[in-house]
Design a protein around this ligand. Structure first.
Ligand code: TTP
Ligand code: MG
Length: 451
């Protein structure tokens, strides 16, 4: 193994002309064949096969490809239904423009930006083309979103007459020449690390995190780098003394369990460079849900109801973001002694609305509040359909279109003023809430498998 690695350390791959030549740790600095500085060298280069590929500024890159006059201009894709930035090209990002930013703020930061309305049909088609080319590399392609996927290239050396790293570098070039956009690649031995790597050197990046360096590399990074650890969870972990991923390495599992519920052991594993998740091809989204482990076990409907409402808002937000609607609403509960209960009801039509998720969920919840104490509650939507099929109501249900208009208006307000301000307003409509009970021990966002 060592011999193989030390052999690999001397191979240097040019990502522009794909010339693979000898070199040492730092030399040469430019490709002897074409002069490019975009060289890939890593001691484990040819021993790693798990990749994460993410297209660069995806929607914006497609628009620039289709209108070369935009190439050297800051471009923002946005101004669609929700009045927020979908994405910004890398030039616009230098002005501070970011995805999900309200358009008015983005244009304040970068008044000279060219704004292009999203053309989803086109982006979906390009996403499909990219995926087809990925599937030529390996059958093990797991799409994560319209522009990213995990690939497991183990065992493909004979097929491609090249190591995964070289195959991936060829792929990146092919995407540029055949499709006209660019990708960034992360190569490692585990999903988490491959994903972190693909983000390290964007755009047109290719980063490698090897087995030998993984744990030390992670140790110095903030816990927020872990998928599913948002700002709130990171703050909670920091308050308990876990600010860096390295702090989690030796943490007693009980502590982590208390802080992050069943996600605790996963955090410790990730900090130790262990992520056993496999690449699962063609994984379809079958349901969208949010759940939370409660700080204290709760039994009363009145105490659980506000928690359910917040989870409904979260699930609704996810449905809207993923352009999905669900017809079967499932309530999940876990009793204090760890029995799981699921109860479902089917709506007359699919929904994306928090209020409708809540209406169905609270009826299910009411029936289960007969004395048992619960430690976890969740709400999900399955039986998924496109949003066009959702929330039309009918003659007997005139409330739904009104709710839809109201939630749409609230979503736009949220986009402008942030979740917190608007969330409070809505919660006022709820019966008495028990603040302590509603905080989560297990950050619901941590439940997202690949968030
Ligand atoms: P991302 O891969 O997150 O972003 P990106 O490809 O634009 O940029 P990066 O180089 O950082 O990967 O998302 C892919 C596309 O999904 C993006 O081009 C637009 C869309 N999108 C939204 O519509 N809203 C959002 O909030 C985000 C994050 C993305
Ligand atoms: Mg992307």
């Amino acid at each position: 193994m060592t011999e193989r690695l030390s052999g690999a350390v001397r191979r240097v791959l040019c990502r522009d002309c794909l010339n693979d030549h000898d070199g040492d740790v730092t030399e040469p600095r430019r490709c002897p064949a074409c002069g490019s500085p975009r060289l890939l060298r890593h001691p484990e280069r040819d021993a790693l096969s798990l990749a994460h590929i993410d297209c660069d500024a995806f929607y914006a890159a497609i628009e620039k490809r289709d209108d070369p006059s935009l190439l050297d201009k800051p471009v923002i894709i946005g101004g669609g239904r929700r009045g927020v930035v979908s994405t910004a090209c890398y030039i616009a990002r230098t002005y501070g423009v970011r995805s999900a930013m309200p358009m008015f703020k983005a244009l304040k930061a970068c008044p000279e930006a060219v704004v292009v309305k999203p053309d989803m049909a086109k982006y979906v088609a390009v996403g499909r083309q990219v995926r087809l080319l990925m599937q030529e590399l390996t059958p093990l392609v797991e799409p994560i979103s319209i522009d990213e996927a995990f690939l497991d290239l183990s065992g493909t050396q004979l097929l491609h007459h090249a190591s995964p790293a070289i195959t991936l570098a060829r792929f990146a070039r092919r995407i540029e020449t055949e499709i006209g956009i660019s990708v960034s690649i992360g190569l490692s031995y585990a999903k988490f690390l491959a994903k972190v790597a693909s983000d390290m050197d964007k755009p047109r990046g290719f980063s490698v995190i090897g087995r030998a360096e993984a744990v030390a590399f992670l140790a110095a990074k903030p816990v927020g780098l872990i998928p599913g650890i948002g700002q709130a969870s990171a703050a909670k972990l920091a308050a308990a003394g876990f600010r860096l991923i390295g702090d989690l390495r030796e943490a007693p599992v009980e502590n982590l369990f208390r802080l992050a519920g069943r996600d605790g052991p996963r955090l410790k594993n990730l900090a130790n460079g262990i992520d056993p998740r496999r690449v699962t091809p063609d994984r379809e989204t079958k349901s969208v849900s949010s759940e939370t482990t409660l700080d204290v076990d709760l039994a009363r409907f009145e105490e659980l109801e506000p928690v359910l409402w917040r989870l409904c808002e979260k699930t609704s937000k996810r449905l809207k973001h993923q352009e999905l609607a669900g017809r079967t609403i499932t309530l999940k509960l876990k009793t204090a002694d760890f029995h799981s209960i699921t109860r479902a009801s089917r709506l007359p039509e699919p929904t994306q609305l928090a209020a409708r998720l809540f209406a169905a969920g609270r009826e299910l919840l009411r029936r289960e509040c007969t004395g048992a104490r619960y430690r976890l509650i969740g709400i999900g939507a399955s039986d998924l359909a496109p949003p066009e099929d959702a929330d039309h109501g009918d003659l007997a249900d005139v409330a739904t279109p009104r709710l839809k208009a109201m939630e749409g208006a609230l979503d736009s307000l949220r986009a402008r003023f942030g979740d917190a301000a608007i969330g409070k307003g809505l919660s006022l409509r709820l019966p008495r809430r028990s603040e302590g009970a509603a905080t989560s021990r297990n950050p619901p966002e941590a439940e997202d498998p690949d968030a």
